[in-house]
Design a protein around this ligand. Structure first.
Ligand SMILES: *[C@@H]1O[C@H](CO)[C@@H](O)[C@H](O)[C@H]1NC(C)=O
Ligand SMILES: *[C@@H]1O[C@H](CO)[C@@H](O)[C@H](O)[C@H]1NC(C)=O
Ligand SMILES: *[C@@H]1O[C@H](CO)[C@@H](O)[C@H](O)[C@H]1NC(C)=O
Ligand SMILES: *[C@@H]1O[C@H](CO)[C@@H](O)[C@H](O)[C@H]1NC(C)=O
Ligand SMILES: *[C@@H]1O[C@H](CO)[C@@H](O)[C@H](O)[C@H]1NC(C)=O
Ligand SMILES: *[C@@H]1O[C@H](CO)[C@@H](O)[C@H](O)[C@H]1NC(C)=O
Ligand SMILES: *[C@@H]1O[C@H](CO)[C@@H](O)[C@H](O)[C@H]1NC(C)=O
Ligand SMILES: *[C@@H]1O[C@H](CO)[C@@H](O)[C@H](O)[C@H]1NC(C)=O
Ligand SMILES: *[C@@H]1O[C@H](CO)[C@@H](O)[C@H](O)[C@H]1NC(C)=O
Ligand SMILES: *[C@@H]1O[C@H](CO)[C@@H](O)[C@H](O)[C@H]1NC(C)=O
Length: 772
């Protein structure tokens, strides 16, 4: 990749600046509870404490469970008067969240039944700094081609920032009656949910009485709208991208668990409490668009405590769907990577909200912005570039950084991100600027955002930014104009991997390929609580906004899972296990774009995304609803996998299983019956054989033949080259042997290939990843 020339700070400086910013954020996330006198309460933190359930506890009531959890706590009260115990968990984990000092935790370690205590981390919602959007019907076509029932009867638990219920995306427009036995609380103002949003609860530091509204953040509203928003006619953002909006599963129910707050982010203790309640309520899908950012990424399976809670959910048939993270394009930046968590990366759509920069020399560059006033002046203005002095404040046009620069009546060049770009535009406007060109820096590549800005803006790619900057530097009186092109479809290449989408491999369980799939996550249009643009009134109930992030990608997949479940239910078929649904999504995903080329990586000038960056590729709803064959993972297989991860240390495994599991069998990740395949081939003589078992969910009689693409330097041999099924639910096990073909490419090289089982109706593809 290139680097900024001339006045631009080098990437190294940028990287330093960015990580400094993140460290600050992380510091704010620790929550020391300071008080005067007494013991050293400045060391008090919230811990998640895992304990065994008491002997013979199968039918313990909530009070008994809480008494058991309290028996681990010190008798002394806190000087602040706050209770020790924040949450006594019932389903998500066996344990509790409590305020403790490290010393008190050490005292607890000796007690019978204690397993582990981890400080409660803070996670972040996974949007970029920008407000952006999507066209679901054209991208997926799942509704027209299959009788999917629009997700009817399925409950999506949205664990997020709450919901703006008055939005028409969440109106009850003829929903079926509440699911039988459904009894979740609704703590929205006036206590009323409706037939669409059938539960709404909140969790904040042990306090469950705050209303789960979403007027100040919007993230949860947007995410819920993508997964299951109603059809809403005449949806647009400042009159752009007009059309009929809807979520992936417009007839699915939504149950809301507010665990992310504007002031404190998403605390792990609150997240687990939300998941706990969602399991108790009986949701079918857990939609979770939050995760850790560097340098706080999990380095082991249980360090991501979300994975412990979703293990429990998965065992109960609840599908966990989450984000890859927004920390790309660096490798090893995944926020989640448990095999049972569906981990989703973000791609672009074929739509742009076009703005065009024309330079004084006539050269044109297409960018984006959702604020397109129709008072277009076809006028050139002088260009200003306060950051050309190399000062970071001015480079990013931070607040007050433009003081002392003459930007009055000029179009101001600012580097994108670090702070909210809309706010940045406000600073430029306040300083007298008439417009702004937002320049991507190198690692942001081609990923640009159609924000609802407050002045004329064009956000341009890094490649274009370099040329605009070259023009600025080589001209004594540089000028430019910004014109508006409205909504444009049919952009190529589509989909392309967003530069911010976090990439694998995971820092642990390297033989489980993550992310699993990609879905649209750039400039996605969905429900929003307040007006956007320069003249917001805060009054409209029917506003939409563009947001970008893997936060927006995951709910697409949650919605598709609702379509799958609802179809099975309505067809009176067996509801697949969560691993079978994962398999359906992964084996039908597409690593190629709409032109049939490998999915492009927007963080590069001209490279395609590899298997560690895009997983199996773009999720395809139509195909996922009819996969033909699925790979199932039995509960016992997960236990054996955990025993492998923890070298047969049963106590570590019990944190997940919540019982007194003893390790009697252990398997490495590559032997899990996962739909994708990851193996290490570390030397010239490496040779590995693994087994996979498929279950027939297509036609009763169907014959599949193997076709495969061998990774370079590797030969593949199969025990079967044909699979003949004669009945539904029939299982066939085959073996795959990998051998080196003569030479070894060298340590650290990545190999990619695939194995497909092809019938005249179905193609079931397993991506193959080789770590040389
Ligand atoms: C209390 O803990 C803080 C943070 O660890 C430490 O800086 C401080 O010296 C301690 N104070 C006392 C009185 O031990
Ligand atoms: C708390 O007090 C009870 C009764 O006074 C005692 O039995 C128990 O051991 C104490 N617990 C701790 C952790 O000190
Ligand atoms: C999904 O797959 C079907 C059948 O292979 C194809 O026609 C359709 O274009 C795909 N959709 C997307 C969004 O890739
Ligand atoms: C529903 O939940 C409430 C508490 O939220 C509880 O008091 C009530 O007994 C529950 N009803 C049923 C039928 O489970
Ligand atoms: C919980 O939060 C509400 C609203 O902020 C507040 O009024 C109430 O006092 C809090 N309850 C406790 C126990 O802290
Ligand atoms: C979706 O795409 C179709 C066809 O390209 C277009 O007619 C429609 O307006 C779009 N809808 C939205 C909400 O963007
Ligand atoms: C920008 O700085 C000014 C003056 O320091 C301050 O009043 C204002 O609140 C700041 N704006 C933002 C959005 O931080
Ligand atoms: C990518 O771009 C570079 C620089 O423009 C060029 O040298 C290289 O040949 C290109 N690679 C491909 C695969 O197009
Ligand atoms: C775990 O135990 C099993 C059976 O006791 C043994 O075969 C396996 O090698 C052990 N695995 C590890 C990672 O120690
Ligand atoms: C294996 O190696 C031979 C000799 O180098 C080469 O001709 C052949 O194409 C290789 N096969 C594969 C599948 O890589």
């Amino acid at each position: 990749m290139g680097e900024f020339k001339g006045g631009f700070a080098s990437f190294l400086v940028l990287a330093f600046f960015l990580s400094f910013n993140i460290v600050l954020l992380v510091h704010c996330q620790l929550l020391p509870i300071v008080s005067d006198g007494g013991e050293n309460t400045s060391q008090i933190q919230t811990y998640i404490v895992h304990v065994l359930k008491p002997e013979g506890s199968k039918f313990l009531g909530a009070e008994d469970l809480e008494r058991w959890h309290k028996s681990f706590l010190p008798n002394s009260t806190l000087d602040t008067g706050e209770p020790r115990l924040l949450y006594s968990y019932k389903e998500a984990i066996s344990g509790f969240a409590a305020r403790l000092t490290p010393e008190e935790v050490r005292g607890m370690e000796k007690m019978d039944g204690f397993l582990r205590a981890n400080p409660s981390k803070r996670l972040q919602v996974q949007t970029t700094y920008t407000h952006k959007l999507l066209n679901l019907s054209t991208l997926f076509g799942a509704w027209s081609t299959s009788n999917s029932f629009y997700g009817e009867g399925i409950i999506i638990g949205v664990v997020d920032t709450g919901i703006h219920l008055p939005h028409p995306s969440f109106a009850d427009t003829g929903m079926p009656p509440l699911p039988r036995g459904w009894n979740a609380s609704c703590n929205l103002p006036r206590g009323s949910c409706n037939g669409k949003v059938i539960g709404a609860q909140s969790f904040k530091l042990g306090n469950t009485t705050n209303p789960p509204t979403d007027i100040d953040q919007g993230h949860g509203t947007h995410v819920a709208g993508i997964a299951a928003g109603n059809f809403v006619d005449n949806a647009d953002v400042l009159r752009l991208a007009p059309g009929r909006a809807s979520g992936m599963a417009p007839k699915a129910y939504i149950s809301v668990y507010k665990v992310c707050w504007k002031d404190i982010g998403c605390g792990m203790d609150d997240i687990i409490a939300g998941i706990d309640q969602a399991i108790l309520d009986g949701v079918h899908i857990l939609q979770m668009s939050f995760g850790a950012n560097p340098p706080d990424l999990p380095t082991s399976l249980d360090e991501d405590e979300v994975a412990v809670a979703t293990y429990s959910a998965m065992q109960k048939g609840i599908f966990p769907c989450t984000t890859a993270g927004n920390s790309g394009p660096d490798p090893k930046t995944l926020g989640h990577a448990a095999p049972w968590d569906m981990v989703v990366g973000a791609t672009t759509t074929d739509r742009r909200i076009r703005t065009t920069v024309t330079l004084g020399n006539g050269k044109q560059f297409h960018g984006e912005s959702a604020y397109q006033p129709n008072t277009i002046t076809n006028q050139f203005f002088p260009l200003a570039y306060p950051g050309s002095n190399g000062q970071l404040d001015q480079l990013f046009c931070l607040n007050n950084s433009l003081n002392g620069f003459n930007v009055k009546g000029k179009i101001v060049m600012c580097v994108a991100e670090v702070i909210d770009d809309i706010e940045k535009g406000g600073f430029v406007r306040n300083a007298g600027g008439v417009g702004m060109i937002l320049l991507n820096f190198d690692i942001s590549g081609f990923t640009i955002f159609s924000n609802a800005h407050h002045l004329p803006v064009s956000h341009v790619s890094y490649k274009d930014a370099m040329q605009i900057k070259d023009y600025f530097i080589s001209n004594s009186a540089p000028t430019a104009k910004i014109t508006f092109g409205g909504t444009i479809f049919g952009i190529h290449p589509t989909p392309a991997l967003a530069s911010f989408s976090s990439r694998g491999p995971a820092k642990y369980n390297r033989n489980i390929l993550k992310p699993d799939v990609t879905a649209p996550g750039v400039n996605i249009l969905s429900a929003w609580p307040v007006d956007v643009g320069p003249f917001p009134s805060n009054l409209k109930q029917k506003t939409f906004n563009f947001l970008s992030g893997t936060s927006m990608a995951a709910p697409h997949v949650s919605g598709i899972v609702a379509l799958i479940m609802s179809k099975l239910k309505n067809d009176n078929k067996r509801i697949w296990s969560t691993s079978e649904i994962q398999s359906a999504l992964i084996t039908t995903a597409n690593p190629f774009d709409l032109d049939g080329k490998p999915i492009f990586d927007e963080a590069t000038l001209n490279d395609s995304a590899n298997i560690l960056q895009r997983g199996a590729g773009q999720v395809n709803a139509t195909n996922a609803m009819d996969p033909g064959l699925v790979y199932n993972i039995e509960p016992d297989d997960y236990v054996a996998y955990l025993c492998g991860v923890y070298s047969n240390n049963s106590q570590d495994v019990q944190i997940f299983t919540q019982d007194n599991t003893q390790c009697t069998k252990s398997i490495p990740g590559k032997r899990l019956n996962y739909p994708s395949i990851g193996i290490g081939m570390k030397s010239r003589s490496s040779r590995t054989t693994i087994k996979r078992t498929v279950t027939n969910v297509g036609d009763a009689r169907e014959i599949y033949s193997a076709t495969f693409i061998e990774p370079p330097f590797v030969r593949i041999f199969l025990s079967h080259y044909q699979l003949s099924f004669t009945r539904l639910e029939q299982q066939i096990t085959y073996r795959i042997t990998f051998t080196m073909n003569g030479s070894h490419p060298g340590s650290g090289v990545i190999g990619q290939g695939q194995l497909s089982w092809v019938s005249n109706k179905h193609t079931v593809t397993s991506p193959i990843y080789i770590a040389f």
